[in-house]
Design a protein around this ligand. Structure first.
Ligand code: KIV
Ligand code: ZN
Length: 525
């Protein structure tokens, strides 16, 4: 066993609430952001990037509240390279015991061209803005957006300016997920060798996953001398996402023999936070995702099962318990009581208040009546369903009947409660789901387009629950919805209605500029 206390410490900077929340459709509510920030703080994340305060009132309020509540983590906010952004960021993060201002500008030729700044003008802008941030806060991070496509000489020049102006962390993002491990390491090494003062700051890596190399690129940067990794839970983030926190942390833990770097993360909290982020962001975790995917610790083939039964290390490089997955998977049935349900939920990392437990118990009993055995995943799907359907939703699904079979068209009779009043209609369609969705559109006309419709079976068997995810888009606003039910068509309609409810919430909240996705990243001025 190696002594990790003697090892260089890698700062874990989590940007689930900023870069992660920028994923189209991943918008979280205020309460959800506070909950996720609390879990990140508890699991030992060193820096939480809590949002982009200038982007919206909502972001500002969330960063402010997270800053006030943080117990251990440094709280950071993002700002573009202008005084207004930086001042707004400081107003939000200053409440933290340990605040950080993060300011950035795109330094590559493609990004310099957009605000139309010459190399000299941009250098001057960096000097002014980092100096301004440092006058407000002792802890300033500067990022060279698109660093991996920036000319080396220019990158060295601007990094030196940022350090001289007072930046304490220099972040080198691979904004478009373009680099590869060797190049990622060479870039950090080059900067450490060439930039005067480089040894006085922390170099950071921020890798996107467009070519599926984000985690490998981040670890290569660490081996070359970077001491901060920026990452997100489940790899959430723009396009193909970011390096996943669970991957970088577990890679450093499991392969500590060849990557002897320590983090302060309590890895047993990983599974719980992964599930919560998946629920609140509406982004399901792919089954075969490293560490947190449903199949990550399952052994299907006979040879693998036989090997694992004889010696678990034959096909497992880490124990499920190390990420907080319990080895026990006791199936619950219709005879299980409230106490057993509470104990089971606790074991799954879900702490419920009495009212929540009572509500879950009723729905668990209803499910147990329809399904022989209720597995852990069924219970988690029920919790997720409760989280996504709220009593104050504008639209609620009251009743659905569908007629389907070989002879179309299929028919749906649907009753919705809209703003407290019941409305019913019959509709037809190309299949029962299409008919039911047509009925929703007739009862609540809207222009949102369906972008994604996905069905997964939660467990095995024909009586399994289906979880359905729906993504819709209206005038650039994206909303996602989820639901679970043993009836796939019911789950589909509930997921669709859930997405519409979220869209309605977003319509109510948004006013011009009050939307993180409308912030123009290139607006450096
Ligand atoms: O990917 C990126 O370059 C970013 C910056 C804002 C740090 O997210
Ligand atoms: Zn990014």
């Amino acid at each position: 066993m190696t002594d990790s206390s003697a090892q260089p410490r890698v700062v874990i900077f989590d940007t689930t609430l900023r870069d992660g929340e920028q994923s189209p459709g991943a918008t979280m509510t205020h309460e959800e952001k506070l909950e996720i920030a609390g879990l990140l703080d508890e699991m030992g994340v060193d820096v939480i990037e809590a949002g982009f305060p200038i982007a919206s009132e909502g972001d500002f309020n969330a960063v402010t509240e997270i800053a006030k509540r943080a117990k251990n983590s440094t709280i950071c906010g993002l700002s573009r390279a202008n005084f207004k952004d930086i001042d707004r960021c400081w107003e939000a993060v200053k409440h933290a015991a340990s605040p950080r201002i993060h300011t950035f500008i795109g330094t590559s030729p493609l990004h310099r061209a957009i605000p139309n700044l010459t190399m000299d003008e941009m250098a001057e802008r960096i000097h002014e803005t980092v100096t301004h941030a440092r006058n407000l806060c002792d802890n300033v991070q500067w990022s060279a957006m698109d660093a991996t496509r920036t000319e080396h000489d220019y990158l060295c020049r601007v990094v030196e300016i940022a350090i001289k102006a007072g930046a304490t962390t220099i972040n080198i993002p691979d904004t478009v997920g373009y680099t590869a491990p060797r190049e990622s390491a060479d870039l950090i090494r080059m900067l450490l060798e060439r930039v005067p003062g480089a040894d006085e700051v922390i170099f950071s890596t921020h890798c996107h996953n467009d070519l599926g190399m984000a985690t490998a690129n981040s670890l290569a940067a660490v081996e070359a001398g970077a001491r901060q990794i920026e990452c997100t839970i489940n790899g959430l983030g723009e396009r193909a996402g970011n390096a996943a926190l669970e991957e970088v942390v577990m890679a450093l833990k499991v392969r500590n023999d060849i990557m002897p770097y320590a983090t302060g993360i309590d890895t047993t909290k990983i599974m719980h936070i992964s599930r919560r982020v998946s629920t609140v962001s509406g982004f399901p975790v792919q089954f075969n995702k490293a560490i947190v995917g449903k199949n990550a610790f399952l052994h299907e083939s006979g040879i693998h099962q036989d090997g694992v039964l004889k010696n678990v290390e034959t096909f497992e490089i880490m124990r499920p318990e190390s990420i907080g997955l319990t080895a026990k998977n006791i199936a619950m049935g219709k005879h299980s009581g409230r106490a057993a349900l509470r104990a089971k939920m606790k074991e799954l990392g879900v702490d419920l208040g009495d009212n929540q437990l009572n509500d879950l118990f009723v729905r668990f009993k209803a499910l147990a009546d329809r399904k022989k055995e209720v597995y852990d995943d069924d219970l988690l799907a029920l919790v997720k369903d409760a989280d996504t359907h709220e009593a104050h939703d504008t639209i609620q699904v009251k009743r659905l009947r569908v007629v389907c079979g070989t002879d179309g068209p299929q028919e749906a009779e649907l009753t919705l409660v809209i703003d407290g009043a019941e409305h019913s209609i019959d509709a037809t369609g190309d299949g029962p789901v299409d008919a039911a969705f047509n009925a929703v559109k007739m009862l609540y006309p809207h222009k949102a387009r369906l972008q994604l419709y996905q069905v997964h079976a939660v467990t095995e068997g024909t009586d399994a629950q289906a979880t359905v995810s729906v993504r819709i888009e209206e005038e650039g606003r994206i909303a996602t919805g989820q639901s679970a039910d043993t009836d796939t068509v019911v789950a589909s309609v509930k997921a669709y209605v859930n997405a519409i409810n979220r869209l309605i919430e977003r319509r109510k909240k948004s006013n011009p500029g009050d939307d993180v996705k409308t912030v123009d990243y290139r607006d450096a001025g």
